[in-house]
Design a protein around this ligand. Structure first.
Ligand SMILES: C[S@@+](CC[C@H](N)C(=O)[O-])C[C@H]1O[C@@H](n2cnc3c(N)ncnc32)[C@H](O)[C@@H]1O
Length: 345
C-alpha cells in the first residue's frame, strides 16, 4: 500500500521530466520568455506543458493586473449588493455586479483606493479577487452545522462563509499568529461573529472532531498571482514540489476530518497541475487503498471556468477530475486559481 506522499513523488518525477524537456519548447525560447516575463524557465515549461502551446503559455505569462477584474464582496451581513453599489457610485465609483456571485461587484473605476472608502471601514465590503470568491460558493456551507476553514489566513474566505451561514461555528485554523490577528480584526469589522480562530497546524485537525464542511484554501506557490507586481517572481520546479508535499499532508488530514456525507473544497491560487489535480489524486487513491472511506469528486456548481486537467506530463487521471474548475487570467480575467470539491460518502 503506497502512501499519498509516495504516490505524489511518482507524479512529481514525471512532471519534473516534462519540465526538464521544456514542455516542448527549445531552451533558448524558454529563457527568452522567462526573462521577458520575470518568470523561471521551469514555469514557462509548466505552462507550455499544461496549456499545450507557446502562444497559450505566453498569454498566461503576459497577463497583468489590468487584465484581472477588480472586485469586492458586498458584506451581506450588513448591506445588500445594490445598496452598496449605489453608495459607491454616489462617491464617483463605477461598479457592476460580478454575475458569477450573489454579492460581488466589479469595480470599473474608482477615484480613491477601495480601502479608503468609509464603507470599507464600516465593514460593508471586503476587497477580494474574482476567483478568490469562488471556493466558498463551491463549498455551499448554508445549513452545515460544523464548518472548518483549515488554512484561514486573514479570513477572506472565513468571513465569506459567515455570509452564507452566520449561525454555525466556523473553526478557522492557521499557523500564523500575525494572520489570525488580522482575521479577528476583519471578522470584527465585518460583523462575522461565528468564527473561532485557532493557532494550529491543520495537519492536526482530526483532534477537533468531525466536520460537515471543510475549506482547505491551501498554502501554495501563489503562482496564480503572477499578474500582480506583488506576485510576480520566478518559481523553480523545486518550489512547486515542496508546496505539493505540504498540500498532500494537509488534504489528507482535512479529508479524514469529514463526517459521513461531509464535503471539502480544495483550492489554491495556482494553476499548477502538481499542486492541484496531482495532490488530490494522490490523496484520494491513498485513502481509498487504506480503507479510510470513500471520497469522490463532485461538481463545484460554479458556472464558469475550464475543466480540471486530466492529462499532464504523461500522467492520465480519471475523467472525474474534469469536475475541478480552473481559472486563468488570460482566459477568465481572474487570478489563476484551481478549485476541486470532494464528498465523503
Ligand atoms: C492561501 S492562504 C489562505 C488565505 C485565506 N483562505 C483567505 O481567504 O484569506 C494559506 C494559509 O495557509 C496557512 N498555512 C500554512 N501552513 C499551514 C498549516 N500547516 N496549517 C494551517 N495553516 C497553514 C498560511 O499561513 C496561509 O495563511
Amino acid at each position: 500500500m503506497r502512501s499519498a506522499l509516495e504516490r505524489l513523488s511518482e507524479g512529481l518525477t514525471l512532471a519534473r521530466g516534462a519540465v526538464e524537456r521544456g514542455g516542448g519548447l527549445a531552451p533558448r525560447e524558454l529563457a527568452a520568455l522567462a526573462e521577458r516575463h520575470g518568470a523561471h524557465p521551469d514555469q514557462v515549461a509548466r505552462y507550455a506543458e499544461l496549456l499545450g502551446s507557446r502562444e497559450e503559455a505566453e498569454g498566461m505569462l503576459g497577463a497583468r493586473e489590468g487584465d484581472v477584474m477588480r472586485t469586492l464582496r458586498a458584506n451581506t451581513l450588513r448591506v445588500d449588493r445594490d445598496e452598496l453599489a449605489s453608495r459607491l457610485e454616489a462617491k464617483g465609483a463605477s461598479v457592476r455586479p460580478y454575475r458569477h456571485t450573489p454579492y460581488g461587484l466589479v469595480v470599473e473605476e474608482s477615484p480613491i483606493p477601495l480601502a479608503a472608502y468609509h464603507e470599507h471601514l464600516l465593514g460593508l465590503f471586503y476587497i477580494q479577487g474574482p476567483a478568490s470568491m469562488l471556493p466558498v460558493l463551491a463549498l455551499s456551507p448554508e445549513g452545515a452545522s460544523r464548518i472548518a476553514d483549515a488554512a484561514a489566513g486573514v479570513g477572506g474566505k472565513a468571513t465569506q462563509i459567515s455570509q452564507h451561514n452566520p449561525r454555525s461555528p466556523v473553526i478557522a485554523l492557521d499557523v500564523s499568529e500575525r494572520k489570525l490577528m488580522a482575521l479577528k480584526a476583519n471578522a470584527s469589522r465585518l460583523g462575522a461573529f461565528n468564527i473561532v480562530a485557532y493557532l494550529m497546524d491543520a495537519r492536526g485537525i482530526g483532534s477537533l472532531g468531525e466536520f460537515d464542511r471543510v475549506l482547505l484554501d491551501a498554502p501554495c506557490t501563489g503562482e496564480g498571482l503572477m499578474p500582480f507586481a506583488r506576485g510576480r517572481r520566478p518559481r523553480p520546479q523545486g518550489e512547486v514540489e515542496s508546496a505539493a508535499r505540504v498540500q498532500v499532508e494537509l488534504l489528507e488530514s482535512a479529508l479524514r476530518s469529514l463526517g459521513p456525507g461531509g464535503e471539502l473544497v480544495y483550492s489554491t491560487c495556482s494553476t499548477n497541475f502538481e499542486e492541484n489535480e496531482l495532490v488530490v489524486h494522490s490523496v484520494l487513491e491513498a485513502l481509498e487503498d487504506s480503507g479510510a472511506g470513500h471520497f469522490s469528486l463532485v461538481d463545484t456548481g460554479l458556472d464558469f471556468g475550464d475543466a480540471g486537467a486530466v492529462e499532464y506530463a504523461g500522467i492520465s487521471l480519471p475523467s472525474q477530475f474534469r469536475l475541478c474548475r480552473r481559472f486563468y487570467p488570460h482566459r477568465h480575467a481572474t487570478e489563476g486559481f484551481t478549485i476541486c470539491r470532494i464528498r465523503r460518502s
